[in-house]
Design a protein around this ligand. Sequence first.
Ligand SMILES: [Zn+2]
Ligand SMILES: [Zn+2]
Length: 282
Amino acid sequence: MKTIDLHVHSYFSDGSLSPEELTRLAIAAGLGAYSLTDHDTVDGIDRALQAAEGTGLEVVPGIEFSTRWQHRDIHILGYFIDYRSPSFQEQLHGFINSRNARNEKMCEKIRALTGFPISEEILIRRFPDAVITRAHMAAWLVEEGYVETRPVAFDKYLGDNASCFVPKEEITPVDAIRMILTHHGIPVLAHPLLYSLTKKQLEALVGELKEAGLKGMEAVYVLNKGSDEAHMRALAKKYGLLVTGGSDFHGANKPDISLGTGLKHNLEIPYSLLETLKAART
Ligand SMILES: [Zn+2]
Ligand SMILES: [Zn+2]
């Protein structure tokens, strides 16, 4: 059976591999297609596509938006977005700039409190291809020897209740869905079971997002256990949503998970899911 993986990260967000390395790995794994779904950026897609040219491997352009809903991080995947369109690029950069402004504010607080010479500029120089997040601040603080470990960096300075925390400007899942739909993409709720929601809360979320134009749910997911997939497929069916699936591959940053096959080969995502996804394009 031809298999696929619709949830993959490169080093343009928090994965460890380049788009070219991912494409080579997908070919080696015998996948029919994979989607590059970096967090809040589409910058790796052209390179992944280029590397796949003439190989028979399909690369599906994707993105994974970080959004906030009722004080929780909710991830919205977007597939087949017209990602090169200037208006999409502009909206995306507006979103990233508000995050960078937050990073700079946090760096200022750390400098004021500790004297450590951290700054947005230094972080960009150290992690030139990444969308900078608190994880990068923590990595830098550890690498430079200012803090012993990343958890300590979060405890002391970066965590939600720590001394240098600044809340980020929030986009809601509905904002992300609108942005995806406006640019002819297909919005999908990522890993619905990772949000620690009760059954009732999850249904409330799915109902609200369906209303806003959600088209699919990632019912097939690497961390599913027992009857999780069956439950998520039933929920998708109830709300008229298509089903997608992915390993959430991060390379060496989540070393137990393999591209396409997940945790100890617990995934086998049929190509037919991609056909359904393609059929939903507008
Ligand atoms: Zn996610
Ligand atoms: Zn992900």
